[in-house]
Design a protein around this ligand. Structure first.
Ligand SMILES: C[S@@+](CC[C@H](N)C(=O)[O-])C[C@H]1O[C@@H](n2cnc3c(N)ncnc32)[C@H](O)[C@@H]1O
Length: 194
């Protein structure tokens, strides 16, 4: 077993601390399948799930910031362009959880829910309209319309939590975020992290 740290905080330019939205709902992910950290960047969320004992798939067009995890048991790294064509680089696969943060490419949204396994979890959090008043991103292509994640996932998945609004800490920004599961059984809305 590799005893190197799962997160070397010095390596990455982006945020290294997992989002509180992701850590809140991470306990809903079943342990029996892989977790996909899509557009993973430095892999802060994949690393969080790895620490929780999940196998993880880290996918980005630039995987240089997760190379420290290459070869580690339970880690698969996929270098792929999500915007490069029709075929998704994870087509045909199912995941115990899919996590997407601070990335938006609308054409893949309708296909993400289908990659969530029965009982599995989807967590999505990125910038929403209104953010342009405060900081980048300002391009509407990168900003979710009010309710957009609900429209994208609410028909196929059970929405556990959804928010859209202004966050002030650590700096003002408008975010939209959803946590949803595949299945009808009620799940804890405030799962206890273990
Ligand atoms: C703002 S970072 C977010 C990283 C990570 N999700 C996080 O929240 O820490 C956006 C990520 O999207 C990736 N990305 C942008 N366009 C992409 C594409 N066409 N295919 C795959 N990844 C892409 C970038 O390489 C970058 O790592």
């Amino acid at each position: 077993m590799n005893s190197e740290p799962i997160y070397d905080k010095g390596r990455h330019l982006g945020p290294t601390t997992p989002s509180s939205w992701v850590t809140r709902f991470a306990p809903l992910a079943p342990l029996d399948g892989p977790v996909l950290d899509l557009a993973c960047g430095g892999g802060r969320h994949g690393r969080h799930f790895l620490e929780r004992g999940h196998p993880v798939v880290l996918l980005d067009r630039d995987v240089s910031d997760v190379q420290d995890l290459a070869g580690r048991a339970n880690v698969e790294i996929i270098e792929a362009d999500l915007e490069g064509g029709d075929a998704l680089p994870f087509a045909g696969r199912q995941f115990a959880a899919i996590v997407v943060t601070n990335y938006l490419w609308r054409p893949i949204l309708p296909r993400l829910a289908g990659a969530v396994a029965e009982g599995g979890l989807l967590i999505y959090e990125t910038f929403g309209r209104g953010n342009e008043q405060y900081s980048r991103p300002r391009n509407p292509d990168h900003l979710l319309r009010a309710g957009e994640l609900l429209e994208a996932f609410g028909k196929e998945l059970q929405v556990v939590a959804y928010e859209h609004g202004l966050r002030r800490d650590p700096k003002p920004r408008v975010v939209q975020r959803i946590a949803a599961v595949r299945g009808d059984a009620p799940v804890p809305i405030d799962p206890v992290a273990t």
